[in-house]
Design a protein. Structure first.
Length: 181
């Protein structure tokens, strides 16, 4: 039974480590992103349930069960935020889904480098600034600011619109092309 649970746990974790970045990198529209997100949810559920079985067989690892449950809770919270879309749902979705992924990476590093404090800290130290940067970009986009890399367009509040040729020559510098300038 232990071998079955451990194999299930490792397989689910490994596939979750692959599905997470694939979902993060896919365009956020119907198709691959939601499919990979659902696969990620199912893999995290399987990971958490297999962790529970492993804990029953070795109760001294109870604290790993807490981490597995919190990982699953974060992933479910990210899914819930997308489905119910409360105020600020997109940043909440990104934070919780990516936070659950940081937990997976941390588990991988801790298991493969026992006793290393870097394994516990590095994923959070790298992942948190990336999540923060992404959420700042999302907040700016929601507030109507155009992307800096798109000097030939402006943000309408719901989509980017191309500037007409006369507007480009009249407006001057890329900074002056921002709405309200």
């Amino acid at each position: 039974m232990r071998i079955f649970l451990l194999t299930t746990h490792i397989t689910a974790g490994s596939l979750g480590l692959l599905a997470g970045p694939m979902a993060m990198l896919m365009p956020k529209r119907p198709g691959w992103h939601p499919r990979l997100g659902l696969a990620y949810q199912l893999l995290i559920a399987l990971l958490c349930l297999s962790a529970g079985g492993l804990i029953i067989l070795k109760p001294s690892l109870w604290w790993l069960g807490v981490i597995a449950a919190l990982t699953w809770a974060a992933a479910l919270g990210g899914w819930w935020a997308r489905r119910h879309q409360p105020r600020g749902w997109l940043q909440l979705h990104v934070s919780l889904m990516c936070g659950s992924y940081i937990s997976l990476v941390t588990a991988l590093l801790v298991v493969n480098s026992p006793g290393s404090p870097i394994a516990w800290v590095a994923p959070t130290a790298v992942g948190t600034p990336l999540i923060t940067w992404t959420n700042i970009r999302l907040a700016r986009r929601a507030a109507g600011a155009p992307a800096a890399a798109e000097p030939q367009v402006y943000w309408t509040g719901s989509r980017f619109m191309p500037l007409s040729q006369p507007e480009r020559s009249r407006r001057g510098s890329p900074a002056s092309r921002m709405p309200g300038m």
